[in-house]
Write a protein that binds this ligand. Structure first.
Ligand code: NAD
Length: 436
């Protein structure tokens, strides 16, 4: 069986049988080839280059086995011109190495784009831990061991990857990571982190809605109708932001009865309709409205749902809303629906914590400028720029946002330009894969 078809557990056994516990696949900018730590990794290298659209000459893919947990760790570094590769750590089950690699490559590239479009001086990266089968991953003692091992792995990478919280990783886990490495951000507030980003994320998405309305010449949010899927941390805060701007009505679907009741109490008298939903229920997407805000799940914009959407604009916080980036962006454009790419409008989740090492100031101007209209990289300005580019060039809004992001991603950090590539070169020179 090919290495890419093997489960993470089988891959680990294979690596161990070769007497190895670390491996890398690194793009060599001079030859254009992938340098690999071991000749036996040819199938993985081939998988990256041959027909894998998630591979965009990522600067480095680093793999390691947790010394005691035996878990598979990954750090994916995509583009680092703007700074160290930064992005959250996902702790998730993967059926095989192909799924593991694809997720890491895609998410790291997404972080390059999100960070660049947000004007952050960070490159793009992503961390993965392949979740062990069974329920053992919930055990607090196991998690402490797992995340300390992951932290040591990050430390070994000398700062080419900066980790953060993501799906499957919680604040307690991040506190453990932070004890084991300085190369972490988005840590809990009790140890100097910035805390819950959701209100900022909601506000950022609302700025993007305003940009999209202006782009279409439809005026302000006052008097508009909104349909929303999911009223968790972000959705609930978004309801408050929208009501402050005088929207005419919000129809919001939510799984949790308790949450629905709480929001109806909190916004009593406001034009808010809460709709009960079951898992897998996406009927709220067919609500006639001006703006549809997917605030729950990824993959929600697909051939099944897009024909039913009755909104002029789709703009919400959920990550990876398009099930297939190109196909579904085209389908939305074909129906005359303006889609604001999720990684453009939900940036505040990372912006809020990305620079927390620089300390905290009240009404932080470095955060507030994202909500304004003067700064060149604000959510509103970038939304308008991406939508205008799409119209001017007859391309989808997703393609336009990618184009802007890919240009910005090549700008070198004003002080530390190209340093991260030098870190990676140092890892190769010092045979990182044989150490530890
Ligand atoms: P959350 O878990 O607090 O809220 C999600 C809500 O959606 C839950 O209340 C859940 O009950 C509801 N839900 C799930 N399936 C549903 C369905 N089929 N119909 C109706 N409701 C459904 O998550 P969150 O922090 O509010 O984040 C929401 C989305 O935004 C996620 O995709 C997240 O990755 C993304 N995001 C969040 C942030 C942030 O700052 N929290 C930043 C960037 C992106």
């Amino acid at each position: 069986m090919s290495l890419v078809d093997q489960s993470p557990e089988a891959f680990i056994s294979q690596l161990r049988s070769l007497g190895q516990h670390r491996a890398y696949l690194i793009h060599d900018p001079h030859s254009g080839q992938i340098q690999r730590s071991h000749p036996g990794l040819g199938e993985l290298a081939d998988f990256l280059v041959a027909g894998n659209r998630d591979y965009q000459q990522h600067e480095g893919v680093f793999l390691a086995i947790g010394p005691r947990t035996g878990a598979l760790f990954g750090a994916f570094v995509h583009r680092t011109n703007r700074g160290q590769g930064q992005g959250g750590l996902r702790h998730w089950p993967y059926a095989n190495m192909a799924a593991f690699l694809r997720d890491g490559l895609r998410l790291a590239m997404g972080m390059t784009r999100k960070n660049a479009l947000a004007g952050l001086w960070w490159g793009g990266g992503k961390g993965l831990i392949a979740r062990a089968p069974g329920e053992g991953f919930r055990d607090p003692a196991y998690r402490v061991q797992l995340y300390s091992e992951y932290a040591a792995f990050v430390t070994s990478l000398r700062g080419c990857y900066i980790t953060a919280e993501d799906a499957g990783t919680g604040p307690d886990d991040m506190a453990v990571v932070h004890q084991g490495t300085r190369f972490a951000t988005c840590i809990p507030p009790q140890i100097g982190g910035s805390g819950n980003p959701s209100p900022a994320t909601a506000r950022g998405v609302v700025c993007a809605m305003e940009g999209a309305l202006d782009h279409l010449g439809l005026g302000t949010l006052a008097g508009k109708t909104i349909a929303m899927q999911g009223t968790g941390n972000v959705g609930a805060a978004m309801i408050g932001e929208l009501l402050q701007r005088g929207v005419a009505g919000i129809v919001a679907s939510e799984l949790s009865a308790e949450r629905r009741a709480q929001l109806l109490r909190q916004f009593a008298g406001a034009p808010l309709t809460m709709v009960a939903a079951e898992p897998g229920d996406d009927s709220v997407l067919a609500t006639p409205c001006d703006i549809l805000a997917p605030n729950a799940l990824g993959g929600i914009l697909n051939p099944d749902t897009i024909p039913r959407i009755k909104a002029r604009i789709v703009c919400g916080a959920a990550n990876n809303q398009l099930l297939d980036d190109e196909r579904d962006a085209r389908a939305l454009a074909g129906r005359g629906i303006v889609y604001v790419p999720d990684y453009l409008c939900n940036r505040m989740g990372i912006v809020n914590c990305a620079n927390e090492q620089y300390g905290q100031v009240p009404h932080d101007p470095a955060i507030e400028r994202h909500f304004g209209r003067d700064w060149d990289n604000s959510v509103y300005v970038i939304t308008r720029r991406a939508l205008e580019l799409a119209t001017a060039q007859g391309i989808t809004t997703a393609a336009a946002a990618n184009k802007l992001a890919d240009e910005l991603a090549l700008q070198p950090h004003p002080i530390w330009g190209h340093r991260t590539r030098a870190i990676i070169d140092g890892l190769i020179a010092d045979e990182w894969h044989r150490q530890g």
